[in-house]
Design a protein around this ligand. Structure first.
Ligand code: UDP
Length: 478
């Protein structure tokens, strides 16, 4: 598809090719399209094949939008989950995206700026080489971005890796975080015991911090009332920080302003099973715990059984997403106990992929047992649903600490996988601690909604971002 007008600014968005980055970047792409910018989103053939075809219809209304794809070099049936799988697809993507982008620029396609996700350093290098400004995109919280700077220092000071017995020690000398962040709340890779891995991490963080500091600005899917203090700290290192989230709700609001009749189609990479919504329709208000661990988490068979036992023992209704590739070693394990199957028939509903935003907005849902992925966290906040956090990896350890200790909008079950704890904490969220959690959650949810309406912080920051991009196309970046 040709862009509508060559004098219109043209941005190229390059997200890491995983669900939790592709979804918010489609939202950002659409927000920029609504502002009449030309937008190219670059991803992988794997992502393209798995996207619901309605997304093409959704973007067909924007003549300035193009979706370009390259291979990530992995076979179609590669799981692309867990830490290694997700890293393999990012690295594979970087290898093919670099020549593609170079080719695009060399044939004279005018590009105003690149919006580049976390681990795609090739694009920043290319932008510098050809003199195009780039803006860093990070699909995780301001706290995690701030921590990126200090993880490097923690590794250099040999405070990471830390000893097993120091798990509950506070992490010292990290401004903004050192009153509540413990070693166990650091991003999961800080738990590595291997020095060589640590040195590799050191380099990776050094590169990432360097890239952010060279960027024209930094776009974050967060909002001022949620992370104001950390955003201020980040602004001391990177003056143009555009906090424009929660992006999913921001987009809905801007589409409402346009009086668009077409629904926001899903950018899910799995087939969405809508049947769970009718199951929810038959349940009393706030009686169901929704259980979902995102797109990358993988569990051992023992872990899944322990959580399952806990859910059944909680005596609450549960709606659980069990992705086809969620469990490892599942097939050779012992058969599922009959009591679990019976308990599930009575009170449970299991689907392979849910319409998560609609589920969280359903009145029957009273809590969310989550892996604390950043999108899931923002979606839960927007819907006003308290969380029970069981983080798996990366930034999720930090997010769950914020949920439990700072924002007090949920409970943190980190590092425990025990049926009794699950049953108890599900009851805490749905009953015993429900009122206090719901009260603080209601305040945060209200603030989230306000931030994306006219005059709100995210609304104004997005306008500023669009204005800055337009200025770049007129006079070039300063
Ligand atoms: N999601 C969904 N249906 C599901 C599970 C997840 O639509 O059954 C979506 C969810 O709404 C979120 C994304 O997948 O937008 C997961 O992103 P997150 O950052 O929470 O976790 P990740 O998958 O990156 O670990």
């Amino acid at each position: 598809m040709e862009h509508q007008n060559s004098s219109t600014p043209h941005v190229v968005i390059i997200p890491d090719p995983v669900q939790g980055h592709v979804t918010p970047m489609f939202h950002l792409a659409e927000l920029l399209c609504l502002a009449k910018l030309n937008v190219t989103l670059l991803s992988t053939t794997y992502v393209h094949k798995r996207l619901n075809k309605s997304i093409e219809a959704r973007f067909a209304r924007y003549p300035g939008f193009r979706f370009e794809v390259v291979s990530d070099g992995l076979p179609d049936d590669h799981p692309r989950t867990g830490s290694d799988g997700c890293w393999a697809s990012i690295q594979g993507f970087a290898l093919t995206a670099e020549p593609f982008l170079r080719g695009m620029i060399s044939i004279g396609t005018s590009v105003t700026c690149l919006l580049v996700d976390g681990w795609l350093g090739f694009a920043n290098n290319l932008a510098k080489e050809v003199g195009i400004p780039f803006i860093a995109l990070r699909c995780y919280s301001a706290a995690n971005n701030w921590l990126d700077i200090f993880v490097l220092k923690l590794i250099q000071d040999e405070r990471v890796p830390f000893k097993e017995e120091d798990m509950d020690k506070l992490v010292e000398n990290v401004p903004g975080l050192d009153t509540f962040l413990r070693n166990r709340d650091l991003p999961s890779f800080c738990r590595t015991k291997d020095r060589a891995t640590c040195l590799g991490l050191q380099q990776a963080f050094a590169d990432e911090v360097q890239r952010t500091s060279e960027a024209y600005g930094l776009i974050l899917n967060t909002f001022e009332d949620l992370e104001g203090p950390l955003l201020s700290l980040l602004r001391s290192k990177c003056p143009r920080v555009y906090s424009i989230g929660p992006l999913h709700s921001h987009l809905k609001h801007r589409l409402d302003e346009e009086k668009t009749t077409l629904p926001i189609s899903s950018s899910s990479l799995w087939e969405v099973d809508q049947s769970c919504l009718s199951w929810l329709d038959k349940k009393p208000a706030e009686s169901v715990i929704y259980v979902g661990f995102g797109s990358l988490t993988i569990l051992e068979k023992e872990q899944i059984l322990e959580i399952w036992e806990g859910l059944v023992q909680s005596n609450k209704y549960f709606l659980w997403v069990i992705r086809p590739n969620l469990v490892i070693g599942g097939e050779n394990g012992t058969p599922t106990p009959t009591a679990l199957l019976e308990g599930t028939k009575e009170r449970g509903c299991i689907v392979s992929w849910a319409p998560q935003e609609a589920v969280l907005a359903h009145p029957a849902v009273g809590g969310f047992l989550t892996h604390s992925g950043w999108n899931s966290t923002l979606e839960s906040i927007t819907a006003g649903v308290p969380m029970l956090c069981w983080p798996y990896f990366a930034d999720q350890q930090v997010n769950s600490r914020y949920v439990g200790e700072v924002w007090k909008i949920g409970l943190d079950m980190k590092d425990k996988c025990d049926r009794k704890v699950v049953a108890e904490m599900v009851n805490d969220v749905l009953d015993r601690k429900k009122d206090e959690l719901k009260e603080s959650m209601a305040r945060m949810s209200e603030a989230a909604k306000k931030s994306v309406t006219e005059g709100g912080s995210s609304y104004c920051n997005l306008d500023r971002l669009i204005q800055d991009i337009k200025m770049m196309s007129i006079k070039g970046a300063d």
